[in-house]
Structures are given as structure tokens and as C-alpha cells.
Design a protein around this ligand. Structure first.
Ligand code: ATP
Length: 743
């Protein structure tokens, strides 16, 4: 790989690439104008239908023209791959009539772009294919830039010296903020072996990763790595599950995968209900919210499991024991029993009058009919209709047996018969999922009945709702309760499904939450992202096979990402010491970047701790980008206040939607640190994070792996055993550190 070249004055290549960029920009402008001004197809102003069609077409054109607007901050291309001359483009003379070549979702990789298509970038030495965020062609249909999702573009991401895929050279471009092309970096794939088997991180990639963080997550479309690209492009089905160490790009892969799937399967996904991404909390969703729009996708629902279930607001945190039991799959049967114990036969004979005659259905027949319906896998809400139908049939059969002439209208009349409809209402009461779970968790007798042989008496006691809520509104629901309510709701009426669901931080899902997602998923169209080592919820499972089973996707493809892009090797190696305790089955991740000074550990006296945090924060703020102070949830408010008193202006993550963007310094409760990242991180009193929750070590592992450039651990108490001892870090004894030093 060559050193990045960045001086336009001395490098004629940069001047040439800038000229090409200007040409692409002009072509995009032409595409936009063409889209906006081309006449609508139909033109018959007297015909109302045509007028309507014209309006629809015109609106569609306007929308597509808007999509073609030149985004001010996004370069039109970010890379180039070179093939031998004639491999991609035919060196035909320019005809001016070239048809639009197929570089779309289904175009063949590596095949010539199209017969008779002239190529402005085909030189005597190479065919140049430019890769960007969207396809751009000129007025003659000549492709100037291909969409990164086109099949041909996958070689930009995946070609390697070992498997060059016909690519001779890969060029990555660097841009300034305007965005003007200011640099390029070449990698020769055919003639030059890449040292380290292609595992090195190029200068522009390292620069991109280390670009100071401010605000939400950015897309990585220009620098997707081969192992990531492979996962972005796997087909819709079967389900894909990605186990990835912190910072290996799972979230990025999930988001780019959505953009890719929408490119290749847009219509199918739309017809199947659209695409949705489920994240762990609002802070995380706010952090990722800009990535899909930057990739041109605005119609993707981004939600948490709480919002997805809806029904009631969450107002309480369960004790761990209660959350664990409520999250277990055993609860599905308890809820099922609670719902299906509701239909019950009348104790008396059902008498149906028709004219002068009376027909009778006896309680045992009613019981048999209800039992038969219970056996069937039907949605509870469909029961009344079917029961009415069955009862009408029973009466009609009696009528026929007694010689009465019956036809289809007899059945219709019987179905409307008042005695029958009133009996059905009584026997098959309406069910409301919230009320059902409320009674189940407040009525010990009912819970005892439904949980018989499933939950022990102590477990039953543990999951009862606190207080004596009088109705669904006064009850203080927890997240775990929502999954029970959703289970009931889905038994009553099947929920609508989605074309594709991406679940991030999936390791934290309880089995009952997995069922919430699984039942909304169309035939295995699911991407599951997570890291078993970061499982912090009380009911998190410890292996993917079990979790995928609960999601209803036992045949999912399991892939592993283990090259860490976010966290420097010095930090990830240190944090990975915890793995033997929290996830012994996982191998330690490999950090692709090295920063010798990345890790610093400062033991201080207890009384000095708050000041030491101020000091560490100030130091972090000296660098560019964001600083995160992560501490135990019951400690963070106090630290935040202290930082404010010291004249710093930290935001508190989770306090409001835009907290992460409102200040360079952010205080983060450890419980919501997952998925976030900061240029510099200060982790305060690790042992306090560990002691606060049953999965405290996992919580600490999350906290330690949020840093892009530096991690500073400040502690007064002993470090957890796995982290104590030689770390190779710069260890400074801050006991008695003079806060007045004015750092
Ligand atoms: N190919 C890449 N090019 C540039 N940046 C990358 C690349 N892959 C990952 N990154 C960056 O590394 C950081 C971590 O990525 P991401 O958040 O997707 O990782 P993750 O595996 O989901 O991490 P975690 O498990 O901690 O949530 C992000 O800033 C992302 O932009």
C-alpha cells in the first residue's frame, strides 16, 4: 500500500481526479434536472384518469429528483478500482447513444459493463471503476460512478492480493470538509504483495476511524472491510447472526446491510411490511439515527423493544430475580394458560328458539366444542366467530334430524340468533392483554393455577406486581412485563410481520423478548447482532444457539467478527482479561490499531476520586473529539454534579434525546454505555460498576471498550482481580494529586 498522496499542487493525479469529480457532479446535476423536467408519460388533459396518473408520475419524479440532490457533505465517490484495459469497458469510440449499462443489484460481477458503451475512464493502461454512494451516469448513459451496493463494487471491498478478482489497483480517496478531493492512497493487488496478509489498516482507514467523534455515528461506506462486506451482502434468508467483539463493526454492518437489502430487494421488503432495526435504548437509537439517511434510506423504522411492544409505559425496574423469571420461556405457557382458561361452557343448557320450536345444546356438548377449538392453533380473537359457527351447526343438525328443511340461509340466521350470540359472549369473553397480565400478576390464586407445575411458590411470589394496582393505568409496569403482555396480545391476535428485522445488542434479550421479535419476522428474514461477552441483562443467555432457538431461527447462519476497529489493541487486550470469567468460549478480539499511550490507570485516595475524575476529564478534553466519563449508575449523578461544580459542562447520557451531541464531555451511566463510543473515555471505580449488578463484570467489559483513542481508569478501591497486576499501561499514582494543579 502506498503512503497517502495529498498535495494537489505537486500531484497531477489529484488534479485529474478532481476533474473527474467535477464531471461526476455535473452529470448528477444533469440527472436531477432531467428527472425533474422530463414530460410525464401520459398527456391527455381532458381525461380525468390521465390527469390523475400524470400527477402521480410528476410527484414521483419530484421525489426522485430530490433524492438526486448533491449532498453537501458527501463526496460523490470514495474509491476506484482498476482493471486491465478492456476488462470492464469496451474501448469503443464514443457514439453518443450508449445505453445505460447494468450496474444495478443483479449485474454480473466482473462482466463487461455493456456492449458499445464508451468509457471516458478507459485508458491504455487500465479501466477505472469509481465507487460511490449512488450510481451516476452522464447524458449518454455512460456510467461515471457505480453504487457501492452494486455487485461489481464488492470487489472494491473484497479484492485482496490473495484473491484480486481481476482488480489491479485499489484507490481510496480522502476529502476535506467542503468536500474537495485532497488525497488518495493506492494499493496494488496484482504486482505488490501486501505485508501481513492484508491485515494491515491503511492510512486513510486509520484516519477515518480516528477522525474525532462529535455527535452521532457515521457511515463506513468508504472503508467497509472484506469480512464486513461479506456479511453486508449475504442474502435475506436464512437469518444471519453475527457474534462480534466490541468495536468490530457489528452495528455498522447491520446498518449497511439494511441499505444493501433495500437496494437488492426493495419491492419485496416493502410488500412484506418494511424494514426495522431494534436497538437497546433511545440513547443508542439517537446515536445511530443518521447512518441510514446518509446512505439514502429514510423509511426504516428504528425502535426499542419497549416501543415495539407499546401497550403501556414502563415505569419500574424489576429486581433481577423477577426480571430473570419473567424473561424465561416458561412464562409463555403461564400466559397461555391464563388466556385459555377464560373460555368456559355455560353451566346451564343453551336453549335456542326458532319460531315455535326450541333446540337445546347441553353443557357437555358446549364443553366439547370449546375443547375442540382450544386444541386448534387459532388466535383467541377468532374464537367467537368459530364458536358461533359451531353452535349454529349443532342446532342446524338437530333441525335436519327432525326433518326440517335447511339451507345456507338457515345457517346465517342461526349465526345471528340472539341466544347463540349472547351465549358466545359469555362463554368466550373478550380478552385484553394488559388486563390479562395485570390479573395474572396481582391475583395470587390465578397465578397459582396457571403456573402450577411451572413456577414454584417462591417464584410466583417473586413475580407478583408490587402495590395493589387497581387498573392497568395505575400499575407500574417493567420492561419484562411488556414481553408478557405482548405474548398475550399475540395469542389473542397475531401481530403484523416485517420484511426484515435487524436486532442489535441481541445478547441482552430474554427468551420472552426473543419471542416478541421472532413472531414479527417473516420467514427467517432477520439479522441478529451482538456479543455474548457484553450480555448484561439478568436474563441474557450465554450462547447464540439457545437465543436463536427462542427467536425461532435455529438454522440461522452464525458468523464471527473479531478484528476490533474502534479500540486500540492496548485497551482491548487489557479488557479481554475479563473474558476468561465472562465468556470463556470466546477468543480474544484483535485490535487493528496500536497506540502505546492508549491505556492509563490511576489509583487515587478515596477522597481524591472526584477531583481525579475532573482532572482526567480535562485531560481528555485537551484532545479533539468527545470524552465519555463512565461510572456505576448509582455514582454517575454525583460525578456529573462535581464536574459541573468544577466548571466543566458535561451532558448526562440518557437525560434527553440529544444529550450525546450537546457537549463534548458526556457522563454515562454504565448501564447505557453499550453501543456508544467516545474518543477518550474515563472509567471511574471499576469495582463499583462490577458490584452494582449481577452481571457487573460484563458491564465493566462494555465500559472498558468504548474508547477510540484513550482509556483512563481512575480508581480508589482495588481493581477487580482480573484487571489487577501488570497492564503495560502508564500507571500514575494520583493519591494526593493536587486538584489545584489546574489541569
Ligand atoms: N470498516 C470500517 N471503517 C471505518 N470505521 C469502522 C469500520 N468498522 C468499524 N468502524 C468503526 O468502529 C466503531 C465501532 O463500530 P460499531 O459500533 O459498528 O462496532 P460494534 O461491533 O457494534 O461495537 P459494540 O459491540 O461495542 O457495540 C465505529 O465508530 C465504526 O464507525
Amino acid at each position: 500500500m502506498t503512503e497517502p498522496v495529498s498535495d494537489a499542487a505537486v500531484d497531477p493525479e489529484i488534479a485529474a481526479e478532481r476533474a473527474y469529480l467535477a464531471r461526476a457532479r455535473a452529470a448528477l446535476e444533469w440527472m436531477r434536472t432531467d428527472m425533474a423536467t422530463t414530460e410525464t408519460v401520459q398527456d391527455s388533459s381532458e381525461d380525468a384518469d390521465y390527469t390523475y396518473v400524470n400527477r402521480v408520475l410528476a410527484r414521483d419524479r419530484e421525489r426522485r429528483a430530490e433524492e438526486l440532490a448533491d449532498l453537501p457533505n458527501a463526496p460523490l465517490f470514495f474509491g476506484r478500482i482498476d482493471y486491465r484495459p478492456g476488462a470492464i469497458f469496451e474501448p469503443a469510440p464514443r457514439t453518443g447513444t450508449g445505453s445505460l449499462p447494468d450496474t444495478g443489484p443483479h449485474a454480473e460481477s466482473g462482466a463487461a459493463v455493456g456492449a458499445g458503451v464508451p468509457d471516458p475512464r478507459s485508458t491504455t493502461t487500465a479501466d477505472h471503476v469509481y465507487v460511490g454512494r449512488r450510481h451516476i451516469h452522464d447524458a449518454d448513459g455512460v456510467p461515471l460512478v457505480i453504487d457501492w451496493r452494486a455487485q461489481l463494487a464488492s470487489s472494491f471491498y473484497r479484492a485482496s492480493p490473495a484473491a484480486p478478482q481481476g482488480v489491479q489497483l485499489r484507490r481510496r480517496f480522502g476529502f476535506d470538509d467542503t468536500p474537495e478531493l485532497t488525497a488518495y492512497e493506492d494499493e496494488r493487488l496484482v504486482t505488490e504483495a501486501t505485508p501481513g496478509g492484508g491485515d494491515i489498516v491503511g492510512g486513510l482507514l486509520a484516519e477515518e476511524i480516528e477522525r474525532p467523534r462529535s455527535g452521532p455515528m457515521r457511515d463506513i461506506v468508504a472503508t467497509i472491510q472484506p469480512e464486513q462486506d461479506e456479511l453486508v451482502r449475504v442474502p435475506l434468508r436464512p437469518a444471519l447472526c453475527v457474534q462480534g467483539a466490541p468495536g468490530t463493526g457489528k452495528t455498522a454492518v447491520g446498518l449497511h446491510r439494511i441499505a444493501y437489502l433495500l437496494y437488492t430487494e426493495r419491492e419485496r421488503l416493502r410488500q412484506d411490511g418494511g424494514v426495522m432495526i431494534i436497538g437497546p435504548n433511545r440513547a443508542f437509537l439517537s446515536y445511530i439515527r443518521n447512518v441510514l439517511p446518509a446512505l439514502g434510506e429514510v423509511g426504516v423504522r428504528q425502535t426499542t423493544i419497549e416501543e415495539l411492544v407499546g401497550h403501556v409505559p414502563v415505569r419500574r425496574l424489576d429486581e433481577s430475580a423477577a426480571a430473570r423469571i419473567k424473561g424465561e420461556v416458561r412464562m409463555a405457557e403461564v400466559v397461555r394458560r391464563a388466556l385459555w382458561e377464560q373460555p368456559a361452557p355455560l353451566e346451564d343448557i343453551l336453549v335456542v328458539e326458532r319460531g315455535a320450536r326450541r333446540w337445546r345444546i347441553y353443557p357437555d356438548e358446549l364443553a366439547e366444542t370449546i375443547a375442540e377449538l382450544r386444541e386448534r392453533d387459532l388466535a383467541y380473537a377468532n374464537g367467537p366467530n368459530l364458536l358461533t359457527q359451531r353452535l349454529a351447526h349443532l342446532v342446524m343438525r338437530q333441525m335436519e334430524n327432525s326433518g326440517e328443511a335447511c339451507d345456507s340461509s338457515t345457517l346465517t340466521q342461526l349465526r345471528r340468533n340472539r341466544s347463540i350470540t349472547a351465549a358466545v359472549r359469555k362463554m368466550w369473553p373478550k380478552a385484553d392483554p394488559v388486563r390479562l397480565v395485570l390479573t395474572l400478576l396481582t391475583d395470587a390464586e390465578r397465578l397459582g393455577r396457571c403456573a402450577e407445575g411451572i413456577l414454584g411458590p417462591e417464584e410466583q411470589q417473586t413475580i407478583m406486581l408490587p402495590g395493589r394496582p387497581r387498573g392497568p393505568k395505575s400499575a407500574r409496569w417493567s420492561v419484562a412485563d411488556l414481553a408478557l403482555i405482548d405474548e398475550a396480545a399475540a395469542l389473542i391476535d397475531r401481530p403484523s410481520t416485517m420484511g426484515h428485522i435487524v436486532v442489535d445488542e441481541a445478547q441482552d434479550l430474554s427468551p420472552m423478548q426473543c419471542r416478541v421479535i421472532g413472531r414479527r419476522c417473516t420467514r427467517g428474514s432477520l439479522t441478529v447482532l451482538g456479543d455474548i461477552a457484553q450480555g448484561t441483562s439478568p436474563s441474557a443467555v450465554s450462547d447464540w444457539t439457545t437465543l436463536l432457538g427462542h427467536l425461532g431461527q435455529p438454522d440461522a447462519r452464525l458468523a464471527v467478527l473479531d478484528r476490533g476497529f474502534r479500540v486500540p489493541a492496548e485497551i482491548i487486550d487489557y479488557a479481554a482479561r475479563l473474558l476468561t470469567e465472562i465468556a470463556p468460549v470466546l477468543t480474544a478480539p484483535v485490535g487493528v490499531r496500536h497506540h502505546e499511550e492508549a491505556l492509563r490507570i490511576s489509583p487515587v485516595a478515596g477522597t481524591d476520586l472526584p477531583e481525579a475524575v475532573v482532572l482526567a476529564s480535562r485531560e481528555g478534553l485537551k484532545g479533539a473529539g468527545s470524552v465519555g466519563v463512565v461510572a456505576a449508575d448509582d455514582h454517575i449523578d454525583q460525578l456529573c454534579t462535581h464536574l459541573r461544580t468544577a466548571g466543566l459542562e458535561p451532558a448526562l447520557a440518557g437525560e434527553h434525546e440529544a444529550a450525546l451531541e450537546s457537549s463534548r464531555l458526556v457522563c454515562v451511566p454504565a448501564s447505557i454505555a453499550k453501543g456508544l463510543e467516545f474518543d477518550a473515555v474515563v472509567v471511574v471505580e471499576p469495582v463499583r460498576i462490577v458490584d452494582l449488578t449481577p452481571r457487573g463484570l460484563q458491564q465493566l467489559y462494555v465500559a472498558l471498550t468504548r474508547a477510540v483513542s484513550s482509556l483512563h481508569i481512575v480508581h480508589a478501591e482495588e481493581l477487580p482481580a482480573a484487571l489487577a497486576g501488570e497492564s503495560g499501561s502508564a500507571e500514575s499514582d494520583w493519591a494526593g494529586a493536587a486538584p489545584a494543579a489546574g489541569v
